[in-house]
Design a protein around this ligand. Structure first.
Ligand code: SAM
Length: 260
């Protein structure tokens, strides 16, 4: 999988070299390039923003550097004559462009799974009041574009949102996690966990500060452990995310579930 990230703060992405993701990059499972948007400016101050049309506070990211950056990273297929210089290796096919914004569709585990199956993603990190809307409009003419929100809050820029998305997506790429099965037990995992939060987890020692691990987990009875885990997941979901619990398919609930 190839990931291209366009930002005015490339240094934000240093953490992508550590832990699971760093390993995945070194193993060649994920090929990632971080691009400085200012490379595609042409004035002395390397300007990427300007005042908003219609007035109002703040600044808006100018369309020209964004257009040039996208042309260079994913040159339009119909360019004839002098094509823009290709930056790095090109993955096969057309990339999918992801633009983080509070006004986008919600980022979910299901969407992370969808993105993990793509060969090539480009992330556009906005700053200030966001990116001139014509950039997304124009890009839609030649690639799939998703405006995606991390939640109902406003960050200072898209970099942290992209870090979150890249981490959630890349752990779903086959080979990245040591034990891929752990993904299917995660909160929100497609299947039995789709609308459930994972319950509490424990490790050794069996007693710590007078607190014992629930006995069933030491019983070796796999059926009873699975039942206990499901009960805990249901309890936690009802307590912390009642709106998720309300989405559970009644057909998927057995008699025991209903008592929880
Ligand atoms: N004026 C914009 C609004 O109210 O929708 C907020 C702009 S915000 C200060 C600057 C950038 O941070 C956005 O362009 C986007 O890249 C990123 N951002 C902020 N909140 C976000 C969220 N909840 N999800 C995804 N990206 C976000």
């Amino acid at each position: 999988m190839r990931l291209d990230i366009i930002t005015i703060f490339p240094e934000y992405f240093a953490p992508l070299d550590v832990s699971l993701l760093g390993k995945a990059r070194r193993k060649g499972l994920i090929d990632m390039a971080v691009h400085d948007l200012r490379e595609w400016t042409h004035d002395r101050h390397r300007t990427v923003d300007d005042t908003p049309y219609g007035g109002g506070p703040g600044m808006v990211m100018k369309p020209e550097p964004w257009g040039e950056a996208l042309d260079a990273i994913a040159p339009p297929a119909d360019v004839t004559g002098q094509p823009a210089e290709v930056v790095g290796e090109r993955a096969d096919g057309v990339p999918r462009l992801i633009v983080p914004t509070p006004s986008g569709r919600p980022f979910t585990q299901a969407l992370a799974g969808e993105y993990a199956a793509e060969p090539w993603l480009i992330f556009a990190c906005g700053r200030y009041e966001g990116i001139d809307s014509r950039v997304v409009e124009e890009a839609r003419g030649r690639m799939r574009v998703d405006e995606v929100s991390l939640g109902d809050f406003v960050l200072a820029g898209g970099e942290v949102a992209v870090l979150v998305m890249v981490e959630a997506i890349s752990r779903l790429v086959p080979g990245v996690l040591g034990n891929f099965d752990s993904v299917t037990d995660d909160s929100f995992a497609p299947g039995a966990m789709e609308s459930l939060l994972e319950g509490p987890v424990y490790t050794k020692p069996p007693v710590w500060r007078d607190r014992a691990v629930p006995e069933v987990l030491l019983s070796g009875n796999h059926g009873a452990i699975a039942r206990w885990r499901r009960d805990q997941a249901l309890r936690r979901t009802v307590a912390n995310r009642p709106e998720l619990a309300a989405r559970l398919d009644p057909e998927s609930l057995d008699k025991h579930d209903r008592q929880v």
